[in-house]
Design a binder for this molecule. Structure first.
Ligand SMILES: [Zn+2]
Length: 484
């Protein structure tokens, strides 16, 4: 297995006669490294009589200095502790800089811990559709995303790129994906990945949409048609325009998402490979709209904007109701979500062994879809310990037993007329859902797939007591099966 982290402990004895000099504690970076974490400690003596400052030098330059203010800091490819420069971690000799400001008569020992993190595959959670031109400022949106446990956010303000210039300084925790929402009277589309993607947004015909979105793509933009079946602002410019993805999940689960999901399933069944995305579309604080609702979990090889965008382009995306809600994973041997199982890997076999991992499900029905429809269904038992109230769900009038289930019920009832499409998929007849008991909220389900299917994908739904409707809690992009 790939070694993700390498730790070094370095010691430097500082003599009294080195007081008021700058010292170096060198270490070598070999191979690819995406992040360096540094921590240091020493005996500060009585009344703070010993003071050693700290900083960092790369093979090329000083990358930061925090004096005596911090005991730990990090530099990464696109993130860094304030006071330090983010940037590619070059190979060669680096050094922790020590400033021997005040040293006692007997000298002082400084212990420096260095941790090197190598690039590695991981899921990162974020929000791919939000606004900082409504009531949220960029700073407020960033704080809200961090509080919700997100690691990236896309800056998709309406018809402007100013937010992308305002956010050029790397943040310590969040990756900021440049973007824009082309917002016309005939439909909305996100362009992700370029700072200045739109030359004009005044699109009123399919031909204009074709030109504008085509141009955005040529500039390196990734195009997602947003909330295409929204009652108030649907996509009315046809599906022959250039685009890469469809926003099947906009904000809380509602009828407009149900219709987008059905349309997407129809496209997949015809053999089209369209990536499904989702995002909160949060403009301001609202009862049901939260950053990361839904959350896009994206597989990335690096902790960088480029890495997240590469994962999105490959369709390695899972959507979740909330950052800590049901998560599903689907693999077929070495192949995962967004990938295609080649014919050579099937070698004339009819069966494809699929592995379905479910975590955090709380009474969800997990559905396995292919181009033929629902292939299998499992009901995952509710584990009471996992059905806990979340702070943000409390509206101040309810006690702490308010759960996400109630939140969903309120959400579905909020606009009942539009949400009548929210299906309660209960496949009957051909097969009954299989009941799965789970102890720790995690369960692995094996399933023998068939190599004549175009794809497999997963969906988890939670039905709400008393309502003949359900809300999606998790949705994966497909694993495709090569048919050539
Ligand atoms: Zn929109």
């Amino acid at each position: 297995m790939q070694v993700k982290k390498q730790r070094l402990v370095l010691r430097r004895w500082i003599n009294k006669d080195e007081q008021r000099s700058y010292l170096e504690v060198p270490f070598v970076v070999e191979g690819a490294v995406e992040r360096i974490d540094i921590a240091y400690r020493y005996d500060r003596g009585e009344n703070g009589g010993t003071v050693v400052d700290i900083g960092l030098r790369s093979p090329k330059r000083i990358v930061g200095w925090s004096g005596g203010a911090r005991e730990a800091f990090f530099v990464g490819t696109e993130k860094a502790t304030p006071g330090y420069l983010a940037g590619p971690i070059t190979q060669g000799e680096w050094a922790v800089l020590l400033g021997a400001y005040k040293i006692p008569e007997g000298g002082a020992e400084v212990i420096v811990e260095v941790e090197l993190t190598r690039p590695h595959g991981r899921w990162m959670k974020g929000d791919l559709h939000m606004h900082s031109d409504g009531s949220y400022t960029i700073g407020q949106a960033m704080e809200s995303c961090k509080t919700r446990g997100l690691e990236f956010m896309a800056l998709t303000d309406h018809n402007t790129s100013s937010q992308n210039y305002a956010a050029l300084v790397p943040d310590e925790e969040l990756l900021l994906i440049p973007g824009v929402e082309m917002t016309s009277y005939f439909g909305h589309a996100n362009v992700l990945g370029t700072t200045d993607a739109l030359q004009d947004f005044r699109v009123t015909t399919a031909a204009q949409a074709d030109a504008v979105l085509g141009d955005a793509r040529e500039r390196g933009g990734f195009v997602s048609l947003n909330h295409p079946f929204c009652p108030s602002c649907p996509w009315e410019l046809g599906f022959d325009v250039p685009y890469d993805a469809i926003e099947v999940w906009n904000g809380p689960w509602r009828g407009l998402n149900e219709r987008a999901l059905a349309w997407w399933q129809g496209q997949l069944a015809k053999g089209r490979r369209v990536i499904a995305l989702g995002g909160s579309d949060a403009h301001r604080e609202e009862r049901f709209v939260k950053h990361g609702r839904p959350t896009a979990s994206v597989w990335t090889e690096t902790d960088t904007v480029h890495g997240v965008l590469a994962g999105i382009r490959q369709g390695r995306v899972v959507l979740q109701f909330d950052p800590d809600e049901t998560c599903l994973s689907l693999t077929a041997g070495e192949y995962g979500i967004g990938e295609t199982i080649p014919r050579t890997a099937i070698k004339g076999k009819d069966g494809i062994p699929l592995t379905i991992d479910v975590c955090g499900a709380k009474g969800d029905r997990v559905l396995l879809w292919s181009d033929r429809g629902i292939e299998a269904a499992w009901d995952i038992a509710v584990v009471p310990a996992f059905v806990e109230a979340k702070e943000w769900e409390s509206d101040g009038t309810e006690s702490s037993d308010r759960t996400v289930q109630r939140e969903m019920a309120a959400m579905l009832q909020f606009d009942a007329a539009d949400n009548k499409d929210c299906a309660l998929w209960a496949p009957e007849g051909a097969f009954a859902p299989q009941w799965i008991e789970t102890e720790n909220g995690q369960v692995r389900l094996p399933f023998e797939g068939s190599s004549d299917r175009l794809f497999y994908r997963l969906e988890a739904r939670r039905s709400v007591e008393g309502l003949k409707q359900s809300a999606v809690t998790c949705l994966t992009n497909p694993i495709y099966i090569d048919q050539d």
